[in-house]
Design a protein around this ligand. Structure first.
Ligand code: MLT
Length: 409
């Protein structure tokens, strides 16, 4: 038996387990340190009462013979699919058919799995810095050679996001088949404007490319002129798949529910040059490898769209975004250069002069007992930057700011 040798091209561990390992070793050596975690973007507020109530009721239904349910529809129960269509799309003037929505157990899985429906030879473009799943899943699939000394994988087209372009790179000038975009962006916390997304959609139409649009953080947008969905851009239903998640929108990081939209107008070519709808391929993949998200979880997700669920989850988002504002202002006052954090729960800061992002990680942990995420973990262009997450209690965020100001201000 031979293993998949492409795994050897990856760093030994995924970014967040590696951070967890370093934090555990620090905590073991300093048992009295009260470590504040602003590293992985994991929600901290408990589930909203409307969601808890709906999930309790669903558990009760599963407990009687009359209302028990076994396998559900692989693409998701109608009650959730219809809530998604009405609230996320129809309310924004977008018509998405029920069979274009695929409910799943998370956007991490969807964004990692979707590459299976593209040719092995597909040319992949990614922004840099980037959510590591897009990169690692394509490395595992064998679409690259081993990374070079600069940390880049030959075979990928890297689109650098930097201060000059506001961390929003423009479409590539060389041909690619697929591009992964994320807005509001993880890790930089910046957001794409309508004009920028329009340029992406026009480019994809012109070059016959597909956009994988990760909108996991769309509910953190507060400026009404900014698009929440790529389908707000004319023509996007012919070129883009969209990933959405309940993780950050409704506190589901531990509950697990998400969905991907695969419009029937998005196509690719088979070896004979015939057009095939990606919807057909993804439906085949999803129904073969996935048996549907749990009924209880989907009931909880649907409750996030009820009037009470919306009010309660929006209040949680406001709390996190107020944390983001405090972090931006507090760290700017301490002399840091800050990006993002206005329409996303992530602050992207320049590391102090002379410190790499991992050196700053160690320094921050040792001097302030605060955990963040080194920019280099998101790609070579992340070097020199550092991500702080706004997901924590107000008290912890205020304490973290005070400690960072004391250590670096
Ligand atoms: C992050 O911290 O980047 C996110 O929590 C990762 C994820 O959503 O999988």
């Amino acid at each position: 038996m031979r293993i998949n040798e492409h795994y050897a091209k990856l760093p030994a561990s995924y970014l967040f387990p590696e951070i967890g390992r370093r934090v555990r070793s620090f905590a073991a050596a300093h048992p009295d340190a009260k470590v504040i975690r602003l590293g992985i973007g994991d929600v901290t507020e408990p589930l909203a009462p409307a969601i808890v109530e709906a999930m309790h009721a669903a558990v009760d239904e599963m407990g009687t013979r009359e209302s028990f349910r076994g396998y559900g529809p692989e693409q998701g129960y109608d009650f959730l699919v219809e809530a998604i269509r009405a609230n996320d799309y129809k309310a924004r003037g977008i018509d998405i058919a029920a069979d274009e929505i695929f409910v799943s157990d998370g956007s991490k899985c969807d964004s990692g799995n979707v590459q299976e429906i593209f040719a092995h030879a597909a040319k992949i473009a990614i922004t840099d810095p980037v959510y590591p799943v897009y990169v690692d899943s394509n490395v595992m699939a064998g679409r690259t050679d081993a990374a070079g000394a600069d940390g880049r994988y030959p075979g990928f087209t890297y689109l650098v996001g930097d201060e000059a372009n506001g961390f929003q790179p423009e479409p590539p000038s060389t041909p690619v088949d697929v591009v992964y975009l994320c807005s509001p962006n993880n890790p930089t916390g910046t957001v794409a404007t309508r004009d920028q997304l329009t340029r992406w959609v026009e480019w994809a139409k012109r070059t016959d490319s597909v956009i994988l649009f990760d909108a996991a953080y769309e509910s953190y947008i507060s400026d009404p002129s900014l698009p929440h969905s790529i389908y707000e851009i004319p023509g996007a239903k012919d070129v883009a798949l969209e990933l959405r998640s309940f993780s950050k929108r409704a506190g589901f990081t531990g509950v697990r529910c998400a969905f991907m939209v695969v419009p029937k107008g998005v196509t690719g070519l088979d070896p004979e040059g015939k057009r095939v709808a990606l919807n057909t391929l993804w439906a085949r993949r999803h129904t073969t490898k996935f048996n549907g998200a749990s009924y209880i979880v989907q009931k909880g997700a649907a409750a996030a769209y009820s009037p009470a669920g919306l009010a309660q989850t929006n209040a949680q988002i406001e709390l996190y975004m107020e944390n983001a504002r405090l972090l931006r202002e507090g760290l700017t006052a301490a002399g840091f250069t800050i990006f993002g954090g206005v329409h996303a729960p992530y602050i992207w800061l320049r590391t102090p002069a002379g410190l790499t992002s991992w050196q700053f990680f160690d320094r921050l942990l040792e001097t302030a007992n605060v955990v963040g995420t080194p920019g280099a973990g998101f790609g070579p262009a992340g070097e020199g930057y550092f991500r702080l997450s706004a997901f924590n209690s107000r008290a912890n965020v205020e304490e973290a700011i005070a400690r960072i100001r004391k250590a670096f201000g």
